[in-house]
Design a protein around this ligand. Structure first.
Ligand SMILES: Cc1cc2nc3c(=O)[nH]c(=O)nc-3n(C[C@H](O)[C@H](O)[C@H](O)COP(=O)(O)O)c2cc1C
Length: 210
């Protein structure tokens, strides 16, 4: 069998904001890797790159919040939480949020449910950490459909959700590790061989058309 990483994008994912408060600092980032591990007791697994600010804070705090994004979520929110690090600028400033009993922040808009998680186990998988988390609380916030990774690809290409005919999103060179989307003036193919992802630092060979 070939190893076509593009094929993995056919697995359907939701999109979430993992949020955390640690020593008065609020931060969060977009993830697509939250899923249920067991129903009884309810447990989720959340996969995070080690080098994100959010994962650093979650390791210290031992808990996190999950905002399940709905189709009412805007591309601005995805960019705010997914395209830059909270180490550079505070992400929760100027947007509506609330906090749970642990102080972890949830988005108020563009969200159809929120979940409160405690980290019970952390598994090291080289570049990433798996946080295995009992669910401490969960609440529905709207009946809007959940945003999928596919919806995100439509939004990022300037399309709109819910139109009868969904335009097929043109593929863009995307970092398979952190999902950074290359949008530079120079065609991706013409970038030097030593080009690295500006977000997570992996080489050009880790970019895929997605
Ligand atoms: C669509 C999308 C999906 C993403 N999925 C994940 C993910 O599952 N895990 C992860 O660690 N980062 C993921 N990221 C990348 C982080 O959101 C990104 O690196 C963010 O800037 C980290 O911010 P921080 O340093 O403030 O934590 C995703 C980004 C996007 C746009």
């Amino acid at each position: 069998m070939n190893l076509d990483l593009d094929a993995l994008f056919k697995i359907s994912y939701g999109l979430f904001v993992a949020g955390v408060e640690q020593d008065g600092v609020l931060n969060g980032c977009i993830i697509n890797t939250a899923s249920q591990v067991t129903a009884e007791p309810p447990r989720l697994v959340v996969t995070m790159q080690k080098n994100t600010y959010t994962s650093e804070l979650i390791q210290k705090k031992g808990s996190l919040s999950l905002s399940i994004l709905s189709q009412e979520c805007t591309m601005e929110t995805i960019k705010r939480f997914g395209y830059r690090s909270g180490r550079e600028a505070p992400k929760f400033e100027g947007i509506a949020y609330e906090t749970d009993e642990s102080g972890n922040p949830y988005l108020k808009d563009g969200v159809n449910a929120v979940v409160r998680l405690q980290v019970a186990q952390t598994v090291d998988v080289d570049t990433h950490l798996l946080f295995i988390c009992p669910v401490l609380g969960a609440e529905s916030r709207s009946e809007a459909a959940s945003l999928t990774y596919d919806d995100y690809r439509i939004l990022k290409s300037g399309g709109t959700l819910g139109s009868a005919e969904r335009p097929k999103a043109p593929k863009k060179w995307t970092c398979a590790v952190c999902h950074y989307v290359y949008d530079g003036e120079i065609p991706f193919e013409e970038l030097p061989d030593d080009y690295v992802c500006p977000i997570c630092g992996v080489g050009k060979e880790n970019f895929i058309l997605a």
